[in-house]
Design a protein around this ligand. Structure first.
Ligand code: GDD
Ligand code: MG
Length: 369
């Protein structure tokens, strides 16, 4: 069976991280986010995944190649944004009678095999994975009947207007007949067009509820949450690398000074260097070749790789893009996001969701926010 992963979006809410890397390729504990979808495919016997690309397409092929975890990968590019349904239509040459569609930024432990069986037993044309969330207003809201038929599909309703907390989890099992109603080469949305029109015509659309782990990794806060959940085993997935004591996962030959304090869960990439008097309290992911000098305290943060952090820093709830550098004596926290190749000189304090665009140099003691 085939799968299609929708990976064409620009990941605007994740800027500046997505200026250089499309969201599905951002590392999650040092594997690309989309790796987790590929792993779900493999577990369900989906042996061919088509990636529907739009934004920075060449990076996908370069990073993932022609197969991953034994799943064959094919790339189909759209030069103009075709929307979620248009993006799948664009892949139709590779798809059989029944196939599975994934939003490329969803992290889930969903077991897809039983969902496909459910879909086939009910004779549905479309089955939507449903998950329950506290605030459904940022998602596609999907009320169902007692027997699981989808009654309505309301994409991003006004706050307080959602009829249920069950939302579209971004995984669909579809019959090929659904593709016939999607125009070729024109933008079209599953959420705003295809699902509502199927429902209007009374086509059998089912909702498949599962209590499994689910997260849409759409914002910096969710990106940190995803690290915390993965590293604390909520997905029942072992982080990469070799486990040293206390949930410290080390890839290759990372160095930890005997005078550093590292409390897991922490992942250290190849060539990471943790100097004396550095204190790291997980969940933290330290990307490859990152060098941290003490005394510096780090809590609940992600370093994408090739970062340099000097002494005298406090970094908490922050994300550092590739090759960005914090000279020393800085406070970076409260969901601050630093873009790639940024240099932050001494004496700066960046908090409250502050985002620094790539290549910027922040001069000494310039920002206190
Ligand atoms: N090929 C292609 N073309 N892919 C696209 C396009 C497009 O025009 N637009 C978006 N995508 C991809 C994105 O890269 C992402 O992986 C996925 O489709 C979903 O897009 P998001 O932009 O992340 O959508 P969302 O999170 O606001 O809402 C969607 O996901 C929710 C669950 O995570 C909707 O499907 C909601 O109904 C759903 O609840
Ligand atoms: Mg999303």
């Amino acid at each position: 069976m085939q799968g299609v992963a929708l990976v064409g979006g620009q990941g605007t809410r994740m800027q500046p991280l997505t200026f250089r890397t499309p969201k599905p390729l951002l590392p999650l504990a040092q594997r690309p986010l989309i790796w987790h979808t590929i792993e779900r495919c493999k577990a369900a016997g989906i042996d061919h995944l088509v990636l529907s690309t739009g934004y920075m397409p060449e990076l996908f092929e370069r990073r993932l190649g022609s197969s991953c975890e034994g799943v064959r990968l094919t790339y189909v590019h759209e030069s103009e944004s075709l929307g979620t349904a248009g993006g799948v239509k664009n892949c139709e040459d590779y798809l059989g009678e029944t196939f599975v569609v994934f939003n490329g930024d969803v992290l889930t432990s969903l077991d897809i095999g039983p969902m496909i069986e459910f879909h086939q037993e009910r004779g549905a044309v479309a089955t939507i994975f449903l998950t329950e969330v506290e605030d459904p207003s940022a998602y596609g809201v999907v009320p169902t009947s007692a027997t699981g038929e989808v009654i309505d599909f309301i994409e991003k309703p006004e706050a307080g207007e959602a009829p249920t907390n069950f939302i579209n989890g971004g995984v669909y099992v579809l019959e090929r007949s659904v593709l016939d109603r999607i125009p070729t080469g024109i933008a079209c949305s599953f959420e705003r067009e295809v699902f509502p029109s199927l429902l209007q015509e009374g086509a059998p659309v089912m909702g498949y509820k599962s209590q499994c782990y689910w997260l849409d990794v759409g914002t910096p806060a969710k990106y940190l949450q995803a690290h915390e959940d993965l590293l604390s085993s909520k997905l029942h997935l072992q982080p990469p690398g070799t486990e040293r004591d206390g949930g410290i996962f080390v890839i290759g030959d990372a160095y930890i000074s005997s005078e550093a304090e590292v409390i897991g869960p922490v992942v250290l990439g190849e060539g990471a260097h943790i100097g004396a008097s550095v204190s790291i309290k997980g969940p933290v992911s330290v990307g490859p070749r990152t060098r941290i000098e003490g005394p510096t305290e780090i809590t609940r943060s992600v370093f994408l790789g090739d970062n340099v952090v000097g002494p005298g820093c406090r970094i908490e709830d922050a994300i550092l893009g590739e090759a960005s550098e914090i000279e020393g004596d800085c406070v970076i926290g409260e969901l601050a996001v630093i873009g790639a190749s940024v240099v932050i000189k001494k004496g700066n304090e960046l908090r409250r969701g502050m985002r620094i665009w790539p290549d910027i140099v922040v001069e000494e003691s310039a920002i206190r926010f």
